[in-house]
Ligand binder design. Structure first.
Ligand code: G4P
Length: 541
């Protein structure tokens, strides 16, 4: 792959090579509600591509989905989770980057921001349950960038809900058009396989957890007499349903899919490795290669010669003894080569990156090179933050890496006042890492932390204790929501700040936020100050 690269400082890869490498990249994340089967599916995708040889490798790291303590245990072993939070593998001469989006009770802003670094998403739905709460939230985030979505209806080997009803629910609740590509033949104990609507063939189901190859028996044509012979009951039902589907649903339309308006739907069973090949093929054939990205001054094409990228996630203190942090950078253009120089635009410094981590098939390896769509891990000691942009010199600030207004708030107190300095340091670093949002009241007083998921507080408490030696208490705060505020009229804004200083606080990046005790207060304040804008998200400062 690197044969034709000239070896010098910041060697430029020929533009045809860059274009070729970009075209064969697919970077996606899986979105799902807890227990829908994301872990199982991730594992099958890796098995399929030959990236891992053994079932259990991914699952091993996922333990005790429901127990906070287990989650914290996992957090402690972050060396493992960092390796598996980005998984790169090759399939059909494509380079696939699968980004893990923590989707259960550890649901946090991290999840949202990972979605800013993907080009498409795979939505996994438990067909027995249908659309669930976190799927709705995650899809809202995908919509912000019109991310194309492929849908997988999982667990067809169980008693599940009516397929047409499921599609209806996706369309009405998630507000996205469904284009079924496969259709189930039976379900639960009588699940026989799926009918591929575009190829007019039946893929027969054979249960078996250990099947890694995904080889299936195929019967051509829905009217094939073999089907009537083997599945006399199910095939009649299938024919009726397929007629309905043809009449009532939308045919697959690539443009609509790429615009994030339509989702191709596949049925299958992750645990039985059934239907997995079809979704992997859909991602390769239909999902977009890296596309242009918006930056502050212009959009950046992935095939541009100079290197650029942005940090969308930080994982810190993987090794508490060394206080190391890894910044996850999504490459947006050009060619990254180990040892090259790049400019850290926020601090205006040039850095030479020699020890960079890449994520081949769930192990940490030294990255030699990377192209748009790839993720590289930059070890650092705290000088990199979420949203930081890097380039070969041009002043480009990539946009669209959001912080979300928290839904939960706590006042932070410490048992030992001598530890106040450590508390501030710990909270500042955890704030920079995006583990929690920290607000300093304008009128003084205790720090307030905000989160989009309650579990973030447990994680922060445990990390303050473990990494900074601070025994912190989190007490309930009489705050129901936070909004970042801005106003074009300086005089009005100064009056606003003066009149409401007791409700105002500064966040870790120095932005002013209004902390409302309840929704009525927020509404009234907004009405009283019509020129002040109340933002539910803020971008990197
Ligand atoms: P998650 O990452 O989305 O939270 O889900 P995960 O893959 O862990 O799957 C949740 C549960 O659903 C697991 O069972 C898993 O085995 C099961 N599952 C996943 N895909 C299928 C499928 O296609 N069919 C059926 N019948 N079950 C499926 P568990 O009992 O909670 O865990 P485990 O003991 O099997 O690990």
């Amino acid at each position: 792959m690197s044969d034709d690269i000239v070896s010098s400082s910041n060697a430029a890869a020929p533009s045809e090579l860059i274009a070729r490498e970009v075209a064969r990249r697919r970077t996606f994340g899986i979105i799902s509600h807890p227990d829908a089967g994301k872990t199982t599916l991730t594992e099958k995708l890796l098995l399929f591509s030959g990236a891992i040889q053994m079932a259990g490798a991914v699952k091993a790291r996922k333990s005790g989905r429901h127990a906070t303590s287990d989650f914290l245990e996992i957090e402690k072993q972050r060396g493992i989770s960092v390796a598996s939070s980005v998984m790169q593998f090759e399939y059909r001469d494509h380079v696939v980057n699968l980004l893990d989006t923590p989707g259960h009770q550890d649901f946090s802003e991290d999840t949202y921001r990972v979605l800013t670094a993907v080009d498409s998403a795979l939505m996994v739905i438990d067909a027995a349950k249908g659309v669930e709460a976190q799927t709705i939230k995650l899809l809202d985030v995908c919509r912000m960038r019109a991310t194309p979505i492929v849908t997988f209806m999982n667990k067809m080997d169980r008693e599940v809900r009516d397929s047409l009803e499921l599609l209806d629910e996706v369309e009405s609740v998630l507000n996205i058009q469904c284009a079924p590509v496969t259709w189930p033949l039976g379900m639960g104990k009588t699940f026989r396989g799926v009918y591929h609507l575009l190829r007019d063939e039946i893929l027969l189901f054979t249960p078996g957890e250990e099947r890694a190859d995904g080889e299936v028996e195929i019967i051509k044509g829905i009217d094939n007499p073999i089907l009537a012979e083997r599945f006399p009951l199910e095939i009649e039902q299938l024919k009726m349903e397929v007629e309905l589907v043809h009449g009532a649903s939308h045919p697959f339309d690539l443009e609509q899919f790429l615009a994030g308006k339509q989702t191709p739907v596949f049925f299958g069973s992750a645990i039985n490795n059934f239907g997995v090949r079809e979704i992997l093929n859909a991602l390769i054939d239909w999902a977009p290669a890296p596309r242009e990205r918006d930056a502050s001054v212009r959009s950046v094409e992935p095939t541009e010669q100079p290197f650029s990228g942005f940090v969308f996630k930080i994982q810190a203190n993987m090794d508490p003894a060394h206080r190391d942090r890894i910044a996850f950078l999504r490459v947006c253009s050009g060619h990254f080569e180990r040892g090259m120089k790049m400019k850290h635009l926020r601090i205006g410094k040039e850095i030479r990156v020699s020890s960079v981590v890449t994520f081949m098939a769930s192990s940490r390896e030294q990255a030699e090179e990377a192209y748009a769509g790839d993720i590289i891990g930059l070890p650092n000691h705290g000088n990199m933050q979420i949203g930081d942009s890097f380039s070969e010199g041009e002043l480009l600030q990539f946009t669209g890496i959001p912080y979300f207004a928290p839904d939960f708030f706590r006042v932070v107190r410490i048992r030992n006042p001598l530890k106040i300095k450590q508390l501030h340091k710990g909270l500042q670093q955890l704030g920079e890492e995006g583990a929690v949002q920290v607000f300093k009241p304008v009128d003084g007083g205790d720090l307030i932390i905000g989160a989009v998921g309650m579990l973030q507080f447990d994680v922060v408490a445990s990390r303050l204790q473990g990494e900074y030696g601070v025994d912190a208490m989190f007490e309930s705060a009489s705050i129901s929501s936070a909004r970042w505020v801005s106003c074009e009229d300086k005089k009005i804004f100064a009056d606003f700040e003066k009149a409401l200083s007791h409700n105002l606080a500064i966040d870790a990046a120095g932005n002013l936020a209004y902390l409302a005790p309840n929704n009525v207060n927020l509404r009234l304040t907004q009405e009283r100050w019509p020129k002040v804008v109340f933002h539910t998200t803020r971008e990197h400062a």
